[in-house]
Design a binder for this molecule. Sequence first.
Ligand SMILES: NC(=O)c1ccc[n+]([C@@H]2O[C@H](COP(=O)([O-])OP(=O)(O)OC[C@H]3O[C@@H](n4cnc5c(N)ncnc54)[C@H](O)[C@@H]3O)[C@@H](O)[C@H]2O)c1
Ligand SMILES: [Zn+2]
Length: 362
Amino acid sequence: MLCVNVELKERRYPIYIGENLLKNPDVYPVKAGDKVMIVTNETIAPLYLETVSQTLTDIGCQVSSVLLPDGEKYKTLQSLDLIFTALLKENHGRDTTLVALGGGVIGDVAGYAAASYQRGIKFIQIPTTLLAQVDSSVGGKTAVNHPLGKNMIGAFYQPATVIVDTLTLNSLPKREVNAGLAEVIKYGAILDLPFFDWLEQHVDNLVALNSDDLQYCIARCCQIKADVVARDETEKGDRALLNLGHTFGHTIEAHLGYGNWLHGEAVAAGMMMAAALSEQLGDISKADVGRLEKLLARANLPTISPDTMQPEDYLPYMMRDKKVLAGKLRLVLLKALGQAYVAQDTDKALVLSAISACTQTD
Ligand SMILES: NC(=O)c1ccc[n+]([C@@H]2O[C@H](COP(=O)([O-])OP(=O)(O)OC[C@H]3O[C@@H](n4cnc5c(N)ncnc54)[C@H](O)[C@@H]3O)[C@@H](O)[C@H]2O)c1
Ligand SMILES: [Zn+2]
């Protein structure tokens, strides 16, 4: 088992990464007599709810659960309300612990429920998608969507512990695994060239869910994200680097309709656009753009724009991004592989030409 500590001013908490951790009572920060509510969904419950409940019951906890419907479209205030109602009906007080068992959707909803129920209760994350294990469960962002915007209602709220059981990835659809690898590759590209090199050596093992490599990889990603978050918990500076490829990617997701391309797939193509732009600005070399492209392709991820999108489709969406200030596009770009920065006012003609470079022309 590996352990990464997230160091924050007033709080510090561990992320445990290993096999069979769902069954390991030592990693759960609860004791006999504690009341625990597990939040999960109808897909994950038949796979893992019994195991987690049993471990907590063996510790001596009083365990109950609430099942949400599966999907991003249920990351809503209504789902929050289901959780609150379940907690209130069973007389859960401030000493209750909420456990999020699932992917990023469950983690985000349950996290915000924990942040706001009776002004905040203890929260444990058990992420079961690769994306959640390397990204959404680390850093304390929680939220639900509003009909007028994604993640519009939420809070920064840190868990007491994150428990990553890599065996849960065995049941995850391969496409979801690959989408998670896009965020993994992102960490190497923005901040860690040695990790990028390591990924070039090991990506096939990761695609095949080799356990030792997965554990190392997840720990490395959590460490990178934890370091960034420790420096910039509320996203005033460095944390923006984690958005490499995301402004382009969000545009793809929105244009195609959410769910057609997975988030990680859109981010993969978006990272290629950011890389192409960085090359045009004279920063990274053509060879390095090629390395990124090859690595993404080996993870079965797209490296070009969807064939139903034209380069002109991007800018109107991109200008609505949260990072746009006073009509100026702020994009995360690469000075080099392993070294990202925020470009303050990128020429829109260059942006267009970078997108064109990542668009199939034949
Ligand atoms: N809080 C953050 O910092 C942060 C960061 C990135 C993304 N997010 C959020 O995360 C969400 C996306 O998360 P996601 O990609 O994990 O999607 P998800 O939670 O929708 O999970 C993807 C699918 O896999 C299923 N699933 C989960 N684990 C499984 C398993 N082990 N076996 C079989 N099926 C399983 C889910 O039920 C779902 O159908 C988005 O809402 C996004 O906004 C949050
Ligand atoms: Zn992302």
